[in-house]
Design a protein around this ligand. Structure first.
Ligand SMILES: Nc1ncnc2c1ncn2[C@@H]1O[C@H](COP(=O)(O)OP(=O)(O)OP(=O)(O)O)[C@@H](O)[C@H]1O
Ligand SMILES: [Mg+2]
Length: 699
């Protein structure tokens, strides 16, 4: 009953009446109109995250038995010193913890355990992952077309985008590029606001933000939090990790989760936190910012700073009976607060509230995976966006097109007018081998830009903006014109300079063969990018793979001479370069006649050279070779989709298995026991400033 009252109009806060005082009514009005769908009650119970250490060292407890809840209509701040576990808590709630940590405890959404990754919620991460080649307005417009319902007219979508731009104060930089490695773009604070704008565009029911105000001046920070508050008060659940907010910003939050060393120092209404600290014996001085005071009390780094200053005699250690902060070590204060909170009315109230939430009936969970736009609209929008990105990013294709052109001219001059003499037989073979082998190999040059695009895909995928299949298709369609230009440039320069077998169909075959080969390598790089953790690994694995493909293509070692086991069957059959090279040889040599080694000897037929000298199988036509390359291309693209889908489906299973095994392993260790909640001051270790606080606790 009480919950329904609170959630209805964003009540339970008392501060919602003034939520338009900043003149932010535009977004607020939209909230009231589009407020529909399920309320999101998020509960976490006894949430523990450990970083297992299978060696002799202690296992680190990143989060320790956290319990809390987030309700619709309210905005929660997760606060704590750096390294206290704010991002880890958000990741744990969002189901996005990295694979090397283990989580125990429950995360319940509307009373049930659900998978929140891939579309369950909107999450603005600490790092901004954006396409640097787009302007702010383009970024938001493409995103809006990707996710807003297809039934909305273009004008309606534009209104929403413009509304969000002015809501986030981005009018001045609306038409400026975001910026990347070779283009200076908007500032860090503006990037942060773009990231937030992207997620609030669709007014998600559950919104996580990791330090949305970092890098912003106090006015912008206030502005951003005010907008988030509006979003929350329209019935959404908003959780935001925040670093040292100003008192004005802090006052905008409804709830506070105060963390230190992965432990709960306080959880409850933000405005009651000062009362809790006063009750615990650490009242906030009247002229101090409450959030500064809370962090001053729990940040163990102050102990280290004090120790260093005392040692260097820059301050003298005096006792002050009026200021507990000066008499006690921060570690002691922190431990006292943690203990005090556990048996406080605030903790009891939180537990009661969690009970209350679990009894609310009729709560549903609408997973808006893939956004609300139809797939074809997503496909056309993504294709356009990707095309614009590719055409503006110098390193994606343009540099390669230039290098391909230059290299083709080199090849053309080296093998110029190759003719049909006896020596030209080998020259033709070498030229064909170089063009289809090395030229295709150069596709690896676009890998860095591709990885950047994949990062954006990964962020959008986790937030459920669109599906994997749509992305794969859009990437193929947008890259196709560039592949065509690249292949046409290479094929026409080499074809006409070297003077390969004349005839338009032969030229067309050469172009198609090269387009398909480069497309296969692009797809293969895409596949590798989805499997490896970073760019360097991608380049190394990609280069290694392409090296093997070149070796087994039939130029360096003739196909009939390849060792039958493994290299011939299956590698050479799975290798696109084998088919591409055979097709290219057939295209060039069939029908030609070459001079014999002896002067005046009988002419050598191209077909004979193909079978006897180049080991090419003539039982099927060159077009079948091309078909084989296309089939391999399709297989790579499908494999990319399958691997990503499998990863999404299988990773929770693997994580559960890993967690079970790890916990089983750790329980056997003598050090696997809970720390006493209130470690005595005698046992306090002095942490170095550089060490992350609270993580040296053995489990
Ligand atoms: N996957 C992981 N592997 C190893 N250590 C981790 C992992 N995740 C988190 N940590 C450690 O846990 C601690 C808490 O990290 P977290 O990023 O949650 O801190 P934070 O409160 O968000 O800090 P900041 O305010 O600086 O962003 C850090 O010491 C970090 O090194
Ligand atoms: Mg963080």
């Amino acid at each position: 009953m009480e919950i329904e009252q609170e959630s209805g109009g964003g009540g339970g806060n008392g501060g919602c009446a003034d939520h338009n005082e900043m003149g932010l009514s535009k977004g607020g009005d939209r909230d009231h109109h589009d407020h529909e769908g399920a309320m999101m009650y998020l509960v976490w119970e006894d949430l523990t995250v450990v970083l297992p250490n299978f060696g002799n060292g202690p296992t680190k407890r990143l989060l320790n038995g956290l319990t809390g809840y987030a309700e619709p209509g309210r905005i929660m701040a997760i606060m704590g010193p750096s390294g206290s576990g704010k991002s880890t808590l958000l990741d744990a709630l969002a189901g996005r913890l990295s694979g090397n940590v283990v989580m125990t405890g429950n995360v319940l959404l509307n009373g049930k355990k659900r998978r929140l990754e891939y579309g369950g919620l909107a999450y603005v991460t600490q790092e901004d992952v954006l396409l640097g080649t787009l302007t702010v307005r383009e970024t938001l417009t493409y995103s809006a077309h990707l996710r807003l319902p297809s039934s909305m007219s273009k004008d309606e979508v534009t209104d929403i985008v413009e509304g969000t731009i002015s809501e986030m104060g981005l009018q001045d930089c609306g038409d400026r590029l975001i910026g990347n490695w070779h283009m200076r773009g908007i500032s860090g604070g503006e990037k942060k606001r773009v990231s937030i704008a992207l997620e609030i565009l669709t007014r998600p029911q559950l919104l996580f933000l990791d330090e949305p105000t970092s890098g912003l001046d106090s006015a912008s920070a206030f502005f951003v939090v005010e907008i988030l508050k509006n979003v929350a008060h329209a019935g959404r659940t908003v959780i935001s990790a925040i670093h040292q907010p100003s008192s004005e910003v802090f006052a905008r939050y409804d709830d506070l989760f105060l963390l230190s060393g992965g432990e709960t120092v306080y959880f409850g209404e933000a405005k009651l936190a000062a009362k809790f600290f006063a009750e615990a014996g650490f009242p906030c001085p009247s002229r101090r910012n409450p959030s500064d005071h809370f962090l001053r009390c729990i940040n163990s780094d102050f102990d280290d700073i004090r120790a260093v200053l005392i040692e260097s005699k820059r301050i003298c250690e005096t006792q002050n009976s009026f200021d507990p902060l000066r008499n006690l070590l921060t570690a002691e204060i922190k431990a006292m607060l943690i203990k005090k909170y556990r048996c406080s009315e605030y903790a009891a109230r939180a537990r009661a509230r969690i009970q209350g939430i679990s009894t609310i009936e009729g709560l549903v969970f609408e997973r808006k995976s893939g956004g609300q736009a139809k797939w074809w609209k997503q496909l056309s929008t993504l294709t356009r966006r990707s095309f614009v990105n590719m055409s503006r990013d110098l390193g994606y294709y343009w540099l390669r097109i230039a290098i391909y052109t230059a290299l083709s001219i080199c090849v053309g001059t080296i093998f110029f007018d190759i003719g049909t003499s006896y020596s030209s037989i080998f020259a033709r073979g070498a030229c064909g081998g170089f063009v289809s082998g090395f030229m295709a190999f150069m596709s690896i040059g676009g890998f860095p830009s591709f990885i950047e695009e994949m990062k954006v895909f990964h962020r959008e995928r986790l937030n459920g903006h669109y599906g994997i299949g749509v992305y794969m298709l859009s990437n193929f369609l947008s890259s196709f014109p560039f592949l065509t230009v690249m292949s046409l440039a290479t094929a026409s320069i080499t074809y006409y300079m070297v003077k390969f077998r004349s005839g338009i169909s032969h030229f067309a075959y050469d172009c198609l063969d090269l387009i398909c080969s480069i497309a296969v390598i692009e797809s293969c790089m895409m596949l590798i990018a989805s499997l490896v953790p970073n760019f360097l690994m991608g380049v190394i694995v990609g280069a290694g793979y392409l090296g093997i493909m070149m070796m087994t293509a039939g130029f360096f070692r003739l196909l009939p001479d390849l060792p039958k086991i493994f290299w011939c069957y299956p590698v050479s059959y799975l290798n696109h370069a084998t088919w591409a090279l055979q097709g290219s040889y057939k295209n060039d040599l069939i029908g030609l006649e070459f001079d014999s080694l002896e002067i005046g000897g009988p002419k050598l037929k191209g077909e004979v050279i193909l079978t006897t000298r180049l080991g090419v199988n003539l039982e099927y036509s060159k077009w079948w070779d091309l078909v084989a390359v296309v089939v391999i291309l399709i297989c790579y693209r499908l494999l990319f989709v399958a691997i990503l889908k499998l990863r999404e489906r299988a990773s929770p299973l693997f994580r559960t298995l890993y967690a079970k095994r790890t916990l089983h392993h750790l329980k056997k260790r003598p050090s696997f026991r809970k720390l006493p909640s209130f470690p005595s001051a005698r046992h306090q270790v002095q942490h170095s400033l550089s060490s992350q606080e609270g993580l040296n606790s053995p489990i």
